[in-house]
Design a protein around this ligand. Structure first.
Ligand code: NAD
Length: 266
């Protein structure tokens, strides 16, 4: 494996989408920094094993809480010392919060959603940009937003607000970092499945009393799919392909954009 293969940092690498992107990048020989919360190290190890199997070059594990700026800086500096700066970053860790009507939404949970999804994304973006600028190299960063941040999802006010903030942050950071040859873009998946992710989403919306969704999960699943022009949910592979496109040189003149991975839905 040549040392010139790029280094990709993935946060939330123990989760569904993070793992999918990491394994796909591994298959093309990327060297990887796999990051997740210290409480998720067992799943992070599983991601590392899947990446090794897929053909990854060197892998560095980086357990940190994205809201802990000191831990983020320390871990990224250690990864950079081991592999060189991560010129590719998938800033993906996130927390969905509760499914509750705005009237009843718990303020403590609202604050946690903003801490992880906004402060956390900002902190990783800033630390990664500092590593790149001090090394004097450019890069490509993809922030994880959501269609909830584009259209505003019912019963997900905190999450929708946090993901709208990620889109704003992406556009601003793209301008601040352009002179350093660092591109910053976002992706906004809509409904993604199958599996636990999709089932939980359907179950959660069915469990909240709302004018938008039935209380029968089977009906909710149909309601969701019927709101998508392409009449299906997207796959993890389709999300990974879009992220890897934005990270790659194939998107070299794109910065500050948000790609909606939603089958046309909003
Ligand atoms: N799954 C979907 O349908 C969907 C749709 C749109 C956007 N997203 C976004 O995609 C991203 C990944 O989602 P997923 O579906 O893979 O969920 P997931 O729960 O499987 O993965 C999220 C990961 O983030 C990590 N994480 C959470 N808080 C953290 C913290 N404070 N510090 C470090 N790591 C932390 C978790 O440990 C987990 O491994 C999230 O930002 C989510 O909001 C998901």
């Amino acid at each position: 494996m040549t040392q010139r293969n790029p280094v990709l940092l993935v946060t939330g690498a123990a989760g569904n989408i993070g793992r999918s992107v990491a394994v796909r990048a591994a298959a093309s020989g990327h060297r990887l920094v796999l990051a997740d919360h210290p409480g998720a190290v067992t799943k992070l190890d599983e991601t590392a094993a899947a990446c090794t199997k897929a053909g990854a070059g060197d892998i560095q594990l980086a357990p940190f809480d994205v809201t802990d700026a000191d831990a983020v800086a320390t871990q990224l500096a250690a990864a950079s010392a081991a592999l060189g700066p991560a010129t590719l970053v998938f800033n993906n860790a996130g927390y969905q919060g509760s499914f509750t009507n705005l009237v009843d939404y718990d303020l403590a949970d609202m604050r946690k959603v903003l801490a992880v999804n906004v402060e956390g994304v900002f902190t990783v973006l800033q630390a990664a940009a500092r590593e790149l600028t001090s090394a004097g190299v450019g890069g490509s960063i993809v922030n994880m937003a959501s269609m909830a941040g584009v259209g505003g999802a019912p019963n997900m006010s905190a999450y929708s607000a946090s993901k709208a903030a990620v889109i704003g942050l992406t556009k601003s950071a793209a301008k601040d970092l352009a002179a350093a040859d660092i591109r910053v873009n976002a992706v906004s998946p809509g409904f993604i499945g199958p599996g636990v992710m999709w089932d939980n989403q359907v179950q959660a919306q069915a469990s909240v009393d709302s004018i938008y969704f039935d209380d029968d999960p089977t009906v909710v699943a149909d309601q969701m799919i019927n709101s998508v022009p392409l009449r299906r949910y997207g796959s993890l592979e389709e999300v990974a392909d879009t992220v890897l496109f934005l990270l790659s040189g194939q998107s070299s003149f794109l910065t500050g954009i948000n790609i909606e991975i939603s089958g046309g839905g909003n």
